[in-house]
Design a protein around this ligand. Structure first.
Ligand SMILES: [Zn+2]
Length: 239
């Protein structure tokens, strides 16, 4: 892959060129507004530049449409420079092409090493899988911690289930003795995670949301409302 640039009526058009065994020159604009061009190995670069330039009006029209679309839609892509939350911290994604396939966090940088950096779907899948693995570790620990604090209430130890959900942070199944936590919680501060676990655990004692229920919550976490508010307002990154 190499970065190229042409100019159309004074407007610079930057594109990424990939040499592939293809017959024609192909131009594609991805959802981030990156112009991806593929061409055979023998096609001279001057010829490719001319071709891109001849398609300039189409490119500019499409870029404008993508920009309009992205303005109204939360950005759900995973790519270099994307800001995401992890355990309450604002981090930045760095996608790097290489041999291995792994995800690492170092300070505020989450590095995704992949063989195909331009396969946005695969990169996102890798990232979500990593989030899930991290969530399993963190949520299990927090479940234990909260249980040790409230075990005097006579509630049973619940099993943990993790799901990527749209509308709720957590649910509990009293019959199956199970608490389901939203994968999205891994983006939030530990206190917010604890607040959801405490809430679900207390339903094993009081099923409804009456005064008795909140009295129990207050007993173990007096400032839970603050964390609930944080959960509703912060830590949204569109993924
Ligand atoms: Zn509830």
């Amino acid at each position: 892959m190499s970065r190229k640039s042409v100019s159309y009526m004074g407007i610079p058009i930057e594109y990424t060129l990939t040499r592939k065994p293809v017959k024609n020159i192909n131009i594609r604009i991805n959802e981030h507004g990156e112009i991806m061009v593929s061409a055979g190995r023998r096609v001279p670069s001057g010829y490719i530049n001319d071709f891109v330039e001849s398609r300039a009006e189409w490119i500019i029209r499409n870029l404008a449409a993508i920009e309009r679309y992205n303005e109204t839609k939360p950005d759900s892509g995973v790519y270099t420079g994307k800001k995401v939350y992890f355990l309450g911290q604002l981090c930045v994604i760095d996608v790097e092409e290489g041999e291995g396939e792994r995800v690492l966090i170092d300070g505020n940088v989450i590095s995704i090493y992949t063989k195909k950096a331009d396969d946005h779907e695969a990169v996102k899948k890798m990232y979500l899988k990593w989030l899930y693995t991290e969530a399993e570790k963190v949520f299990s620990l927090r479940m234990e911690e909260i249980y040790s604090i409230i075990s005097g209430e006579g509630v049973p130890r619940a099993a943990l289930d993790i799901r990527n959900m749209k509308s709720v942070w957590g649910t509990c199944n009293i019959e199956k003795c199970k608490i389901t936590l939203n994968l999205q919680l891994i983006k939030a501060d530990v206190k917010c995670i604890d607040q959801v676990i405490l809430h679900e655990y207390m339903h094993f004692k009081v099923r409804n949301h009456g005064a008795d229920f909140y009295k129990l919550i207050d007993k173990y976490m007096s400032d839970w409302r603050e964390y609930k508010k944080d959960l509703e307002e912060k830590y949204k990154d569109g993924i």
